[in-house]
Write a protein that binds this ligand. Structure first.
Ligand SMILES: CC(C)(COP(=O)(O)OP(=O)(O)OC[C@H]1O[C@@H](n2cnc3c(N)ncnc32)[C@H](O)[C@@H]1OP(=O)(O)O)[C@@H](O)C(=O)NCCC(=O)NCCS
Length: 181
């Protein structure tokens, strides 16, 4: 049994991770209306607050069903949301695996922020949730994401042809995996 995810907070070094909540909508709009941030993601740049609220609802429903979890990232003590991280899916019936996902506002790229946070998220997956496998799906060309995963012991396992469809076209996806030690 895993703990109820909807109220799981996590301290990740100097960062605090709190499940996305309704009040995060304005900050999430700022994050995801940046075309550079969403370039390799499955969403168009957000145009309005409704788009941000829909993402939060998706995250909350997934957490309530213990099928995934998405945290807002803030530097502890700061009100500014700088990104999100979590598990897009959790498979606990026919496997013990979770798909991690993450994003940062562009101003925070290139400083090792996600590299500092990811080990805590991985430990949460392996230890708190008891997962055996972590995986990540990366759109071809998202080199920063590939580098991040490779720095944290994920292995490129293959390229799924036309695995995803969004923004009006199919996309190949790279599969990265890391098993529990
Ligand atoms: C994916 C994403 C989070 C990676 O961000 P990032 O800043 O490259 O990743 P990190 O936080 O690990 O930082 C690594 C960079 O910081 C540098 N760095 C500085 N100090 C560092 C430290 N103490 N430790 C590690 N890296 C450090 C590294 O050299 C590296 O820079 P480089 O890529 O120019 O060589 C970011 O590009 C992003 O939000 N993209 C948009 C959303 C997205 O595509 N998400 C992924 C979907 S699969």
């Amino acid at each position: 049994m895993i703990p109820p995810l909807a109220d799981q907070t996590l301290t990740a070094g100097p960062y605090s991770l709190i499940p996305l909540a309704r009040g995060d909508a304005p900050d999430l709009l700022v994050l995801f209306r940046d075309p550079t941030v969403v370039e390799f993601m499955d969403i168009e740049p957000l145009a309005n607050l409704k788009g941000a609220k829909d993402i939060i609802l998706w995250a909350q429903e997934m957490a309530e069903r213990n099928r995934g979890l998405r945290w807002a990232i803030r530097r502890s003590g700061s009100p500014t949301l700088i990104g999100t991280v979590g598990f897009n899916t959790l498979e606990l019936d026919r496997g013990f695996r979770g798909e991690i996902a993450y994003d940062l506002a562009q101003a925070y790229w290139g400083q090792g922020v996600m590299s500092e946070i990811l080990p805590y998220v991985m430990a949460f997956g392996f230890e708190t949730l008891g997962l055996h496998r972590l995986e990540a799906m990366v759109t071809v060309g998202n080199l920063r994401s590939c580098r991040l995963l490779e720095r944290h012991g994920f292995t490129l396992e293959g390229q799924l042809k036309d695995h995803a469809f969004w923004k009006g076209r199919f996309w190949d996806q790279l599969v990265y995996g890391r098993l529990a030690d």
